[in-house]
Design a protein around this ligand. Structure first.
Ligand code: ZN
Length: 178
């Protein structure tokens, strides 16, 4: 028996990627963190149910949730905000797909970047460091500001990402927040 045809459903089956290739958003499941594309590159895949601790520890997530006010439909700072910052910084390198109306997938939003998952991880960490620098520069406490700046001088994004990714097994289905 033929499926009922829904207007626009063909579009829902095809998401164009920054590299010019396309994929079917229905092929993305919750465990997809990276997509090996027919263009020969790998592209990072981020979905709204992925916690921000995909990128950094829960302790830092908690600090961000404390310090960053959100004025949208999301209750607290989370993955959609992180990807919003990435999208703002690299509008041509990120595509976003809204699947909120699509009951056939396990996510409401998916972002796919031209970068691979590791490069995206570095970019997210860099942008969050900038965000925190900005937030802390408004702090009244000069000691806190200089302490933070001193810590950041020693902070190596590449090394952090390397260690964090090694700690968390992204190939495993049992990946859990630390
Ligand atoms: Zn591609």
């Amino acid at each position: 028996m033929a499926e009922p045809r829904v207007p626009g459903s063909d579009d829902d089956r095809r998401l164009e990627l920054p590299c010019g290739e396309s994929l079917d958003p229905h092929d993305i499941d919750l465990g997809t963190y990276e997509y090996r594309c027919t263009c020969g590159e790998s592209h990072a895949v981020v979905q709204d149910p992925h916690p921000p601790s995909r990128f950094f520890p829960e302790s830092l997530v908690a600090v961000l949730q404390e310090t960053i006010e959100t004025d949208d439909e999301f209750e607290q700072f989370g993955t959609p905000h992180l990807m919003g910052i990435v999208l703002e910084e690299f509008p041509e390198k990120v595509v976003v797909h809204d699947a909120a109306e699509d009951g056939a997938v396990g996510y409401a939003m998916v972002w796919i970047t031209d970068f691979d998952a590791r490069r995206l991880h570095e970019i997210v960490v860099e942008l969050v460091v900038e965000l925190m620098e900005h937030a802390i520069s408004h702090a009244e406490d000069d000691d806190a500001v200089s302490e933070f700046e001193a810590q950041m001088l020693e902070f190596d994004v590449g090394e952090f990402v390397e260690q964090y990714r090694a700690q968390r097994d992204f190939e495993s289905e049992h990946d859990a927040a630390l």
